[in-house]
Write a protein that binds this ligand. Structure first.
Ligand SMILES: [Zn+2]
Length: 203
């Protein structure tokens, strides 16, 4: 077995991150490897259809596990690189800057919502800053409008940090799935649907 280090980032043994082994669809060569491993006593080695993923990337990996491993990794590196852009609205001379970057739509949307919720007051007022989630592939950036009633609703539905973390996680997983399926239009629709559900449960 290879050491449990994430194959998409630097998280692993040295950084104290737990990684999970995710297995993908097997290619013909992978099947041959497993047949050989099963037939030889004391066979050791790392299954070629499986790899390690940290908590940030494990959800992304599982979503793509119906592909074989090289295809999934290629798809991620090709389509799912993102940057979170910070925009200072107080000092407009400050150019927008990259606050964080990574791979996998789940972690991108999670970073986005983390920052957006942390810079929104309970009454919906926003700090003089904004964030855009920018993708390397040919999508437009994702952001929410300054006076977003949906954002206010979400902010009011998270009374504490634990609930906020759950909400951020759920939004990120939902929007990432929509991003792969139908692009940004579907991502926006997911937020609208999520909020319709929220207002139904709140009233
Ligand atoms: Zn990772």
């Amino acid at each position: 077995m290879m050491p449990p280090n994430c194959c998409l980032c630097d998280n692993g043994i040295e950084t104290g991150h737990q990684c999970e082994l995710v297995c993908f669809s097997k290619t013909e060569r992978d099947r041959q490897w497993h047949a050989m491993a099963a037939s030889e006593k004391d066979f050791t080695g790392h299954p070629p259809d499986c790899d390690w993923f940290c908590d940030i990337h494990v959800e992304t990996a599982k979503t793509l596990s119906h592909n074989d491993l090289p295809t999934a990794l290629h798809q991620l590196r090709q389509n799912e690189l993102w940057q979170l852009i910070y925009i200072d609205l107080f000092d407009r001379d400050t150019p927008p800057s990259v606050q964080s970057s990574g791979i996998g739509f789940e972690s991108g949307f999670e970073n986005f919502w983390d920052q957006i919720l942390a810079t929104t007051e309970a009454d919906g007022r926003r700090y003089p800053s904004d964030y855009r989630l920018s993708f390397q592939s040919n999508h437009a950036d994702y952001s929410v409008p300054r006076d977003c009633s949906e954002l206010t609703l979400i902010k009011q539905s998270v009374p504490n940090e634990e609930k906020a973390a759950q909400t951020v996680r759920r939004l990120a997983v939902g929007q990432a799935a929509r991003m792969r399926k139908g692009g940004l239009a579907d991502v926006k629709k997911y937020l609208t649907d999520h909020c319709k559900q929220l207002s139904r449960t709140q009233t």
